[in-house]
Write a protein that binds this ligand. Structure first.
Ligand code: XIL
Length: 365
């Protein structure tokens, strides 16, 4: 209870703390002109509001268990962000744990939460090799059966959420780091055309949703991002309805953040595609020291600036905002502290850096 109370206070005060730390000129002082909106609230405005002024959405992944149980979490998720992504509840194992029986309720709750808080929703994710239901991975299906199962899954899920989803991550993590296609159940049984089919089926079910291909380790120019570029170039030439490329942005302070993110994203922009940073977090080998915190802030800033410098980069989404619920410690041994707020919802240098970058980008795009 005490912890919750403290967290609530610090969570709500996050912007104020950031203000105290924020030694940047505001949009008003930088230009010498009063802010067009009237009084300058750069120091206290939500991330979403700062993002709006800079021309992008600022989103977060949402953990539905935390949203239900943790009031400070809910307050921060509702107040600071202008879009949300379900961290798990739209994945296949969540929506269809038993064949033919759908479990939409947690995802419906997120859509309702987003609507109540004037947020857009990124749907995540329709075709992936991970978090598949057991009945699917252990079923010995023929290629034709599997194709029908995938078609039906995409049609039913996209139809269920039709009109509520801004951007769908239609295909997730289809590539290996060397640029070859990942050897998933989909590639093995359906061949490489499963990607084009997935986009066509999703578009048929909700023609207005923006359809994305999403992956990690594609922030900078490298073999994987270039293979993805080649793929989307071919898909475009074939009139496959693909709208955007999502760069996940799972970084680690042990490795330098790529400094050619804008150069990379511009390659997709030039094809007429949208781009987005969809899952930003920057993990740190534990224990954390101040140098690591600064490196983390710089990595977040590098990702965000890559987006801000790209004309049709639509959003910057963090993969959760507090270390309390981060996926990192469970997956990357000895690492953690990957989010922009600590376990008491206190802003880190990374949070301040994001606010600063957004404030400086206001009205410049
Ligand atoms: C992760 C979630 O954060 C975890 O809670 C879950 O146990 C595993 O998946 N790339 C993705 C996300 O596209 O869906 C993953 O999310 C993180 C890596």
């Amino acid at each position: 209870m005490i912890k919750k109370h403290r967290a609530l206070c610090t969570g709500v005060a996050a912007a104020a703390v950031a203000a105290a730390l924020l030694a940047v000129p505001s949009a008003a002082t930088a230009s010498g002109q009063p802010h067009p909106g009237g009084a300058d609230d750069t120091a206290t405005a939500s991330l979403g509001r700062l993002g709006e002024r800079a021309g992008i959405r600022i989103g977060t992944a949402v953990d539905m268990a935390a949203l239900a149980a943790d009031t400070p979490y809910r307050t921060e998720a509702a107040g600071d962000f202008s879009s949300v992504t379900p961290e798990n509840v739209m994945k296949w194992e969540s929506v269809e744990p038993t064949r033919g029986t759908y479990a939409w309720a947690p995802a419906d709750d997120l859509v309702a939460f987003a609507r109540a808080n004037h947020q857009l929703v990124r749907g995540h994710t329709l075709v992936w090799h991970s978090q598949l239901p057991g009945w699917l991975t252990s079923g010995d299906f023929t290629a034709d059966q599997l194709r029908d199962i995938l078609h039906r899954h995409i049609t039913d899920e996209v139809t269920h959420f039709k009109g509520s989803i801004w951007q769908w991550d239609v295909v997730n993590e289809a590539f290996n780091d060397d640029g070859t296609l990942r050897n998933t159940i989909w590639l093995q049984k359906l061949g490489p055309d499963y990607i084009a089919d997935a986009f066509r089926w999703a578009h048929q079910a909700d023609p207005k949703a923006k359809l994305y291909i999403n992956d990690y380790n594609i922030e900078g120019v490298n073999a994987k991002s270039t293979a993805l570029l080649d793929l989307v170039t071919r898909l475009r030439a074939q009139h496959v309805p693909i709208d955007g490329v999502g760069v996940q942005g799972h970084l680690d302070t042990q490795y330098p953040a790529p400094h050619d993110i804008a150069d990379n994203l511009r390659r997709f922009d030039d094809l007429g595609l949208e781009t987005a940073v969809t899952e930003a977090d920057v993990r740190i080998p534990l224990p954390v020291d101040n140098t690591e915190r600064e490196a983390q802030a710089e990595a977040y800033s590098t990702l965000l600036q890559g987006c801000l410098l790209t004309a049709h980069c639509t959003d910057f989404t963090v993969w959760g905002f507090t270390d309390t619920y981060s996926w990192v410690p469970g997956v990357f041994g000895g690492e953690g502290s990957a989010n922009i707020l600590d376990t008491d919802y206190r802003p880190k240098a990374a949070y301040t850096a994001i606010r600063q970058d957004l404030a400086l980008a206001a009205h410049r795009r």
